[in-house]
Design a protein around this ligand. Structure first.
Ligand code: SF4
Length: 273
């Protein structure tokens, strides 16, 4: 599979809210403490969701410190469910199918998230055997997300995720080898700590709490961000262009500026400009 094809596949995982029916603002539960407007149970629309599925306070999210809303990214699951799986049918127009639509949205969200890591793997490794395994899993993932709600609900996401996790572990080991990072000393504690001007290339930051850490002017080539919590981490002037498994949600939740370099498939959040 060519680099350009993978980039195109990645583009499909960019959320297009105008093609969705406010699924994330309705289907999910959220709480005020996590930076959402109010505590809300799953399946009820947010108080700020308008009839046209737009957010009443969209332009003020930053000013109102709605960090949960700013940080959330659906990996394009919203438009896939609304436009492809349900062919334009929306949860409010078909109340009897509402909970099924929300369940399908959650399932497609997990599948798109998994797909994101598969494509990012293809963009970053050259090992032919591992790439073949990834392409097979990618085909399975893409095929099921275009299926009917019934088939999607019957699909075993956990089994798919377990197969993907096995391959992702191999990808991480390869990346570590490429950056000879077994010799790198990777600290355990990042929470609120300062790493200004450090070269963190090849570090495995998977599942690390990077909350409020200062990474100003840092370099992150081949640094693995799988599941890292980047809330309020400061990436001003940092080079994240070679970061692995860094997601739009992680970028949205952190701080940066127009000098921060990011992977080409991600975009600069308005809060960074
Ligand atoms: S405030 Fe806006 S973006 Fe946040 S959940 Fe409500 S409608 Fe969605």
């Amino acid at each position: 599979m060519l680099h350009e094809e993978n980039t195109l596949l990645m583009d499909k995982l960019k959320s297009e809210c105008e093609k969705c029916s406010g699924l994330c603002c309705t289907a999910l539960f959220f709480s005020k403490i996590d930076g959402f407007p109010k505590d809300k149970i799953a399946g009820i629309p947010c108080v700020n969701l308008l009839e046209n599925y737009q957010c009443k306070i969209h332009s003020q999210l930053n000013q109102k410190k709605m960090k949960g809303c700013i940080g959330y990214d659906c990996f394009g699951a919203g438009q896939q469910v609304t436009q492809v799986v349900y062919k334009g049918k929306t949860w409010d127009a078909f109340p009897k199918q509402k909970s099924e639509i929300f369940d399908v949205f959650l399932k497609v969200y997990y599948l798109h998230q998994i797909r994101y890591f598969l494509i990012d793997s293809l963009l970053n490794i050259s090992d032919v055997i591992i790439k073949e395994k990834i392409v097979k899993l990618l085909d399975e993932n893409i095929e099921i997300c275009d299926e009917s709600p019934h088939r999607l609900m019957a699909f075993d996401v956990e089994e798919h995720r377990n197969k993907v996790n096995t391959v992702l572990k191999q990808v991480c080991a390869l990346i570590q080898q490429m950056y000879n990072s077994e010799n790198n000393h990777c600290p355990d504690d990042y929470f609120g700590k300062s790493f200004i001007k450090k070269n963190l290339s090849g570090f495995d930051l998977s599942s690390k709490l990077l909350i409020a850490a200062d990474f100003t002017d840092c370099i992150f080539r081949g640094t693995i961000f799988l599941g890292a919590d980047t809330r309020d981490a400061n990436f001003n002037n940092a080079d994240l262009s070679g970061a692995i498994f860094l997601t739009q949600g992680q970028i949205n939740s952190s701080k940066g500026n127009s000098n921060t370099k990011i992977p080409s498939h991600l975009f600069y959040p308005p809060t960074w400009m």
